[in-house]
Design a protein around this ligand. Structure first.
Ligand code: AMP
Ligand code: MN
Ligand code: MN
Ligand code: MN
Length: 297
């Protein structure tokens, strides 16, 4: 089995302009390569449109691109995210499922804009869409508009005052079910990963319930090291992954320069008790062997 610590950075969660990142797929891949990343997953929210361009760019700079997606799910009345890795973006149920979620995003955007209008902020629908020229419409695009209009100093502060439950711009929305999202991914030949479980403040009971349901419907890994977790949470979710027999994943959740996520290529190693999701991936095994030969020479 390859060692837990790969001799090169792996990043299995990132965003491009196909969702709410600020770099195009080509720029993102080049940035990853410049940071030393050798295996990169592009995981745009509910959209696989950036994967073709990212694949071409990855071949040019010599990094391995993992085809991915991050699916929005409503579970127990809350929004959670499921990352799919090594998906087949042409798999019809996955394609149709994502397309339905994107349609829902348009309706939700109208609801968000109406809510902002009621709070005296006008023109946000057009304003948000002006930032969403390459793919899905998301709260991030509304956040950029609100910053542009001087309602907050940066996107992080936007989410304290707007767009969240109980605040102007919030619009309740029903995403995919956990079972559907996992099955679209696994049905396409991919691996379902529970994204940043520590971000949602679910509480112990709900986390255990979620992990158990996730595994039951075919999920196989948990993000342990992510830009959304604290160091304590790396340990907490490493333990939980072990307890539930789930593999562990690593991803920056990079959205472009200036965002509040981790820089690519500088993620901490997985805690030693984890079994990495890439343990039997041929591209990782091959690269590890090459790195070992280079080191020995
Ligand atoms: P949506 O899927 O449209 O609800 O948008 C969710 C996206 O908003 C996430 O993927 C993040 O990129 C962004 N987001 C959510 N909360 C925050 C926050 N507190 N600060 C900055 N960005 C956030
Ligand atoms: Mn995002
Ligand atoms: Mn997410
Ligand atoms: Mn993400």
């Amino acid at each position: 089995m390859p060692s837990l610590k790969t001799p090169f950075p792996i990043d299995l969660h990132s965003h491009s302009t196909a969702s709410d990142g600020t770099l195009t797929p080509t720029e993102l891949v080049r940035h990853a390569a410049a940071q030393g990343v050798k295996v990169l997953a592009l995981t745009d929210h509910d959209d696989v449109d950036g994967l073709g361009e990212a694949h071409t760019a990855a071949e040019e700079v010599g990094i391995k691109l993992i085809l991915g997606v991050e699916i929005s799910v409503t579970w127990n009345g809350r929004t959670i995210h499921i990352v799919g890795l090594k998906i087949n973006p042409e798999h019809a149920p996955l394609k149709d499922g994502l397309s339905a979620i994107r349609a829902g995003r348009h309706i939700r955007a109208e609801g968000m804009a109406n809510s902002l209008s009621r709070a005296g902020i006008h023109g946000s629908l057009q304003g948000a869409y002006a930032y969403a020229t390459h793919g899905i419409i998301s709260r991030t695009h509304f956040a950029r508009f609100l910053v542009e209009q001087g309602h907050a100093k940066d996107t992080r502060s936007v989410f304290k005052r707007y767009l969240v439950k109980g605040k102007p711009g919030y619009f309740s929305h029903q995403w995919a079910t956990l079972q559907d999202a996992v099955q679209w991914i696994t049905g396409s030949g991919g691996i379902a990963v529970l994204a940043h479980p520590g971000r949602h403040d679910l509480g112990r009971v709900n986390i255990l319930k979620l992990l158990s349901e996730f595994r039951e419907v075919g999920g196989s890994a948990v993000e342990v090291v992510t830009g959304s977790h604290t160091r304590e949470q790396y340990i907490e979710f490493a333990k939980l992954a072990h307890q539930f027999g789930l593999l562990a994943s690593v991803g920056s959740d990079y959205h472009g320069p200036g965002h509040n996520y981790m820089e690519m290529g500088h993620l901490p190693d997985l805690p030693a008790t984890c079994t990495p999701v890439w343990q039997d991936w041929p591209e990782v095994v091959q690269l590890s062997e090459v790195a070992a030969i280079v080191k020995a020479a």
